[in-house]
Design a protein around this ligand. Structure first.
Ligand code: B12
Length: 368
């Protein structure tokens, strides 16, 4: 469908921490209406290829400064071919560390274009827009719902406005995770995924993760940059921009979830954007469990009265339980919940900590 934002993934290769160039380029891309899935720095070929396929991006842009770019770009292009997506474009830069001679060789080996020092934003944006705009064709109706290539493509079609009749919903637990920006939702999901995968060696997880679209229709889809353990072959992770919808999700979330729940996952997680006090992002029937992630930054105790999700959630997580004010926050939230739902669990977590006991308790509540 025409008019949909161009969707690319950007990353910095393995053993490379030079992320300031790509961070600036990302911001300029989103300002110009491009959706950017940012994978972060120190990323392997396998992580980049897996993410590009699941995110169904038109192209991948790499920023490489620490050498090894000829081999790295070649392996990424090979990875796209091996994954059955040879059409994914590849471009990038690395200042003066990539010489014009290197760039010519890289072009011969599958890279569309290297931006040499002195390239302007206008050149990059003009190139990305003209080269990677696309009309995505729906996958064959014969492709089964658990074909991840087809799933990724179907979600793109749904985001771009197609109406695909979803398969019947399978019985798989769907957990909605919401909370204000900065509460640690993504980190919590990553640690939940790590513990779940470790406990269930044959299980697979599907994750739909949302970030806001800007007024210019671009979006920085940055949850993958925070994820470490959810970058796994047993996890299908898809980032979705809100594309103008208020409230924490995308217009395509409901149909995308319908396809996700038929794709053979054992657990499906849906993460909203950071929400405000009045938001109730999960309509009836969309998810089986609602998790509200809070931290200590909610302000005065009176503010708790205004957070509607405290009433709607099945479980409340008090994350960042290593921060000053944690005991007060826990006591205040508990007292507030006791006023109307004394049995509602309140689980303190430090999601950034490996094997956190609070996250284990949450996992047991969600997936007994
Ligand atoms: C800033 C910088 C740092 C910062 C990085 C901060 C950060 N978070 O990114 C700090 C100080 C931390 C740093 C550390 C190191 N650095 Co350093 N660093 C640089 C420096 C000065 C600038 C790179 C940069 O960001 N340029 C700004 C961008 C916007 O401009 P540009 O590079 O010209 O790129 C253009 C295009 O190529 C394009 N582009 C770039 N990427 C992409 C991606 C896409 C998708 C697109 C479309 C376009 C594009 O954008 C620009 C437009 O004109 C370079 C030297 C230099 N002058 O280039 C060294 C340099 C890259 N660093 C170098 C080294 C050796 C290191 C260290 C190993 C030093 C050490 N011994 O500790 C560490 C390693 C860090 C790590 N963990 O990987 C070497 C690399 C040598 C090599 N590969 O052979 C360089 C070349 C310096 C040198 N001459 O020795 N570094």
């Amino acid at each position: 469908m025409t008019g949909a934002p161009v969707r690319v993934l950007t990353a910095v290769p393995l053993c490379d921490g030079h992320d300031s160039a790509i961070t600036t380029i990302n911001l300029e891309f989103i300002r110009q209406g491009i959706e950017v899935v940012y994978l972060g720095y120190h990323r392997s070929v396998a992580d980049i290829v897996r993410a590009a396929v699941q995110e169904d991006v038109a192209a991948v842009g790499l920023s490489s400064y620490n050498g090894g770019h000829i081999e790295f770009f070649r392996e990424v292009a090979q990875g796209f071919r091996s994954a059955g997506r040879p059409e994914i474009g590849l471009f990038g830069g690395g200042g003066g560390t990539i010489t014009p001679t290197d760039a010519a060789r890289m072009h011969d080996e599958g890279t569309d274009r290297i931006f040499l020092p002195g390239s302007t934003f206008d050149e990059m944006i003009g190139y990305v827009r003209s080269r990677y705009a696309r009309n995505v064709a729906e996958p064959s109706a014969e492709a089964p719902p658990d074909d991840w290539l087809a799933l990724a493509r179907r979600i793109t079609c749904l985001e771009d406005g197609a109406a695909l009749t979803p398969p019947p919903r399978e019985k798989v637990p769907v957990v909605g995770i919401t909370g204000p920006g900065g509460a640690g939702k993504t980190t919590l999901i990553d640690e939940l995924a790590r513990q779940y995968l470790e406990r269930n060696p044959n299980h697979r997880i599907g994750i739909l993760s949302h970030d806001p679209s800007t007024l210019q229709a671009g979006a920085l889809l940055g949850d993958r940059a925070t994820m470490v353990y959810a970058q796994d072959d047993r996890v299908f992770l898809r980032s979705m921009a809100t594309r103008g919808q208020q409230g924490g999700l995308s217009p395509a979330t409901v149909p995308a979830l319908a396809w996700m729940t038929a794709a053979g996952f054992d657990l499906v997680l849906v993460e909203t954007v950071g929400i405000g006090q009045e938001a109730l992002p999960f309509p009836n029937g969309m998810v089986d469990r609602r998790v509200l992630v809070m931290n200590t930054d909610y302000g005065a105790r009176l503010q708790l009265q205004k957070i509607l999700m405290l009433e709607a959630a099945d479980v409340v997580v008090a994350n960042k339980h290593d921060r000053p004010g944690r005991a007060t926050a826990e006591a205040e939230i508990r007292r507030h919940l006791d006023g109307f739902a004394p049995d509602k669990p309140l689980i303190p977590t430090i999601a950034s900590r490996h094997a956190d006991a609070g996250v284990t308790r949450l996992l047991e509540f969600l997936s007994p």
